[in-house]
Design a protein around this ligand. Sequence first.
Ligand code: FES
Length: 115
Amino acid sequence: MSWQATGVVATTLAEGALRELLLDGRSVVLTRLGGSIVAFDGYCPHQGGLLVEGRLAAGRIVCPVHEAAFDPVSGEVRADPFGTEPPAGGVAPLPTFRVRLAGGSVEVELPEPPR
Ligand code: FES
């Protein structure tokens, strides 16, 4: 694991707004939920839908392709593809990442890339 600077000033992240970044070759989406900044993988674990194009509602990030839904903090699956609830294992959890502030800017802890 390593902390990556994002260059994003924390105060510029609006509640519920989705911002995609490329960090160390990986797509990461930042947002603010309930005042806290959260970070999650930019690609849906189902078939790679772009989650920055999804919608954030009722504490879930919903994939724009087949409507799987995830908890953006824990990555837990809230709905399988095609909105199937309760989820029954149709998709893997969404990777999420720890966030910290350094001098008012956001840093994200990412796993080491595969070698
Ligand atoms: S690609 Fe996201 S639900 Fe299918």
